[in-house]
Design a binder for this molecule. Structure first.
Ligand SMILES: [Zn+2]
Length: 178
């Protein structure tokens, strides 16, 4: 075999066995995980006992099967409506609009708020193709019965980006006021 032919052949060999490649690939899809971290995690899981490694896959499966979106506020929950929407001590006249479900935890930790929540499911992000249609704004309108949506969590920068998105896409979208 010629030396260059050998080089050509080895450069197309996969680095790892197919199941390991698949595991690394799946881990790489997680936010903040690059190729090197994915490899480190994959080899950690391969070194771990079957019980330990499979406990992780069981936890993922369990969460995916049991956790859903609250049909009222879009919080993630194992009971619909969620505990905030049915809580007897919660103030049903106030709705706090948050970007993501995990923002609720931070607010709850302050113990200063006992109203309702509404999870938008992200922020306006024209670069990622997320306009008003992708956010849970319509259902918030329905809950309030308002024509306009007060997005108290929206920041000036996001408004600027939204205005930019609207200008470039030529779409009007719903009115947003703080
Ligand atoms: Zn809810």
């Amino acid at each position: 075999l010629r030396e260059d032919a050998l080089l050509c052949y080895t450069s197309h060999m996969p680095d790892f066995a197919a199941p390991v490649e698949r595991l690394i690939d799946a881990l790489k899809h997680l936010p903040g995980i690059g190729q090197k971290t994915a490899q480190r995690l994959a080899f950690h899981l391969l070194r771990a006992s079957p019980e330990e490694a499979l406990a992780l896959s069981d936890a993922i499966r369990d969460a995916k099967e049991k956790i859903r979106e609250c049909s009222t506020c879009h919080n993630i929950t194992d009971s619909d409506p969620c505990l905030y929407c049915v809580g007897p001590t919660r103030n049903h006249k106030t709705i706090c609009v948050v970007e993501e479900a995990h923002n609720i935890l931070a607010i709850e930790k302050t113990r200063m708020y006992s109203g309702m929540y509404h999870v938008l499911g992200g922020a306006l992000s024209p670069l990622q193709g997320r306009g008003p249609e992708q956010l849970k704004i319509k259902s918030h309108r329905r809950r309030r019965g308002d024509r306009r949506v007060p997005l108290k969590v929206a920041e000036a920068a996001r408004r600027a980006r939204f205005a930019d998105w609207r200008r470039h896409s030529g779409r009007r979208g719903p009115g947003i006021r703080g």
